[in-house]
Structure formats: structure tokens, C-alpha cells
Design a binder for this molecule. Structure first.
Ligand code: ZN
Length: 150
């Protein structure tokens, strides 16, 4: 595994719409492993491929230690409720703000074996899913935060 460089705000890569993964190759699996290592090293709970300069629809999330979630071509298929909580981003250093997100989210994605699965998350996991999927469409949390925190 290798640690990747995290792209920071100001880099155009973060504003691009990512393309779907059409075939899961050994390179895809290496990228997933490297993204996980990079996220853990940076003490993050989520990382999207554009944050390491790759414009593909790939996300890793780990809100519970030792239980990484890998999402390939993820789509939110259901959501419910609302939460207003603090958010930050590895690509937007030293800024935090309150965002409004659904309290519960169901995402449909492929796993590393190419199998479709659904995952429902609440609270922090729901926030992480929304935040990371936004990255795949070139959106950052600062675009829709309702209050910036000092
Ligand atoms: Zn982020």
C-alpha cells in the first residue's frame, strides 16, 4: 500500500464531476487500498478519489475503526430526516462548519468484487456518505454550510 497526496482546495480536480468505474481492475483495488491508508494516516473518516487526483466515482469511509466501507459508483437511493452537525474536510484544512444533511441515508454501490449492495447509515455515517458523494460531483461542504465555525 502507498500513501497518496491529498489534493487541497484551490485545485481544479476538486471541482470536476467524476466518471463511473466501468471495470474493476487490479488498479482499482490498489487505489482502494491506498485511499484507505491515506485516509487513516490523515485521521479522516472518509476520502473520495478526486481528493487524491483520480476523477472516478470511488469512495472509502471508516466511521467505525476497523470497519472500512468501500463504495464504487455509489448512488443515494433513499434518505430521511435531518441533522445539523459540524463538518470538515481533508481537502479544506482548518475550516469547519455546520451543514444540513439527512439523518438517514441508503446508498447503493458496487463492492470491490463488482457486487451491488445497499448500505443504510445514520448520523455520522449518513453525513460521511453525503459528504464523500458530493466530492464525486465536484462539491465541497463549504458550498452548502449554513454556519462557519471559528
Ligand atoms: Zn471532503
Amino acid at each position: 500500500m502507498a500513501k497518496l497526496n491529498i489534493v487541497k482546495i484551490g485545485d481544479e480536480t476538486l471541482r470536476k464531476v467524476c466518471r463511473p468505474v466501468d471495470a474493476i481492475t487490479p488498479r482499482t483495488l490498489t487505489l482502494l487500498d491506498d485511499m484507505l491508508e491515506t485516509m487513516r494516516d490523515a485521521n479522516g473518516v472518509g476520502l473520495a478519489a478526486p481528493q487524491v487526483g483520480i476523477l472516478r466515482r470511488i469512495v472509502v469511509i471508516e466511521v467505525e475503526e476497523g470497519k472500512p466501507i468501500e463504495l464504487i459508483n455509489p448512488k443515494i437511493i433513499a434518505y430521511a430526516g435531518e441533522q445539523r452537525e459540524q463538518e470538515g474536510c481533508l481537502s479544506v484544512p482548518n475550516r469547519w462548519g455546520i451543514t444540513v444533511r439527512p439523518k438517514h441515508v441508503t446508498v447503493r454501490a458496487l463492492n470491490r468484487h463488482g457486487e451491488t449492495f445497499d448500505l443504510t447509515g445514520s448520523d455520522l455515517l449518513a453525513r460521511a456518505i453525503c459528504h464523500e458523494l458530493d466530492h464525486l460531483d465536484g462539491k465541497l461542504f463549504i458550498d452548502n454550510m449554513v454556519e462557519e465555525l471559528e
